[in-house]
Design a binder for this molecule. Structure first.
Ligand code: DGP
Length: 113
């Protein structure tokens, strides 16, 4: 169920002319507004799920990972990139429409903060 106040639903519905890196019938990816690495994109399902915990469709979950891989490749970091899914406020989730971060273009540290 799309949420009318959800910014990522609006992006997926093309209400902001956002340039997509990848688009399929199930998901889109686009560059993050507040990049934390030289390459930072988000992969989101077109359907609204508040977080990973609301997603039950394993096939769609797998498609989002394929989307992350394809997004990294298209943005030129296909050999070295990090995929992050923040789930819940304490884990750093600030937009409650499930999204997969794709980060690359610099060395990554572990553990993340
Ligand atoms: P998280 O903190 O894991 O919920 O990540 C949310 C990310 O979404 C954060 O890195 C900033 C990004 N973001 C928020 N609003 C917008 C927007 O309107 N456009 C784009 N491109 N990114 C956004």
């Amino acid at each position: 169920m799309p949420s009318k106040d959800c910014i990522f639903c609006k992006i997926a519905n093309k209400e902001f002319n956002t340039e997509f890196v990848v688009e399929t019938e199930d998901y889109v990816s686009f560059k993050d507004l507040s990049p934390q690495a030289p390459v930072h994109a988000l992969v989101i399902p077109k359907q609204h799920f508040a977080s990973l915990n609301e997603m039950k469709d394993a096939e769609l979950m797998g498609k989002l990972l394929q989307g992350a891989r394809e997004t990294a490749e298209k943005l030129g970091v296909g050999d070295n990139y990090r995929v992050v899914i923040n789930t819940g406020e304490k884990a750093g989730q600030s937009v409650f429409h499930m999204h997969v971060h794709v980060l690359g273009g610099r060395a990554m540290h572990w553990p993340p903060g």
